[in-house]
Design a protein around this ligand. Structure first.
Ligand code: AMP
Ligand code: ZN
Ligand code: FE
Ligand code: FE
Length: 273
């Protein structure tokens, strides 16, 4: 049996560990096939692929794209695309580049309410590629004593319904799916349960998404069953992953989790091999 995890974050987005550290941990914990699905960039994949080969772990090219559908955050996972495809890379860069000014706006809103964190402090938490996401702002809020943990930070300050929420530039869900297809990749709807809206999921299916992240580690048996049925009925590839960030709250998930082995054959069929 192969041990598989197709949704892992490194410190090239909002994970805590470097690609090499994640690979060492994955090797130690017996994984055969993994994918770094960092938000809006593939720098972690590029940095880790030689080391993965060296230690005998199959590292699948992947990315988790930030998209917007009717004002909701929808994450589209892409796998097996051409990592040199200009159109996809420029789409990712546009989303990625907008993160800095968005972080500045969030911090301005916090500062206006006398919550004192600075962009310099937030930047100090980002990895080698200066990626900034809400989890980095969250760390500054915790460090400066404005909340106890990430859940409190999202509930009070950073979540979609909070005063300091600022949406980032994101392409539409259908635009992202088309760009992934043009780059020869597979587009997968990440963690469908976070949408909790089947009508929206059927819309996304109508845009031509190839798969759904049915076997998501942070969901439960009931939701897995529900999305497995929708995926089967619509002929979608059923993928799975842990969404490991290594931030202390999910440290054990990398090791305890594996996607079922049939995920790999379904993905290969999706690529018409
Ligand atoms: P961003 O891409 O900057 O909008 O940040 C999104 C990331 O923040 C997600 O991928 C999660 O890692 C994290 N996140 C979003 N919502 C929550 C939440 N309610 N609780 C904890 N983490 C969250
Ligand atoms: Zn994340
Ligand atoms: Fe996500
Ligand atoms: Fe993720």
């Amino acid at each position: 049996m192969k041990k598989i995890d197709l949704h892992i974050h490194t410190n090239f987005s909002d994970g805590l560990f470097s690609p090499e550290e994640v690979l060492d941990l994955a090797e130690e914990r017996g994984y055969n096939v993994i994918a770094f699905a960092d938000h809006d960039n593939i720098d972690g994949y590029l940095a880790g692929r030689d080391y993965a080969r060296e230690i005998g772990i199959e590292l699948i090219p992947a990315v988790e794209i930030s998209t917007l559908e009717q004002g909701r955050d929808v994450h589209i996972l892409a796998y097996y695309f051409d990592i040199k495809n200009k159109k996809l890379l420029s789409l990712l860069k546009k989303i990625y580049d907008s993160r800095y000014s968005r972080a500045e706006k969030i911090i301005e809103k916090l500062n206006a309410q006398d919550i004192n964190i600075s962009i310099e402090q937030v930047k100090s938490f980002s990895g080698q590629n200066n990626y900034i996401g809400r989890p980095h702002i969250c760390r500054a809020l915790i460090e400066n004593g404005y909340c106890n943990d990430k859940y409190e930070a999202f509930d009070t300050y950073l979540g979609e319904h909070c005063f300091a929420y600022v949406p980032k530039y994101a392409c539409t869900t259908s635009e992202a799916i088309s760009a992934v297809h043009q780059a020869g990749g597979i587009a997968v709807l990440a963690h469908p349960y976070t949408l909790g809206d089947d009508a929206m999921i059927y819309n996304i299916i109508s845009y031509g998404v190839d798969g759904m992240e049915v076997f998501y580690a942070k969901s439960n048996d009931e939701t897995i069953y529900h999305y497995n049925e929708i995926a089967k009925e619509n002929g979608l590839i059923r993928t799975g992953g842990s969404d490991f960030h290594g931030d202390g709250l999910d440290l054990e998930i990398l090791g305890n989790y594996s996607a079922p082995e049939k995920v790999l054959s379904e993905m290969k069929r999706g690529r018409n091999e």
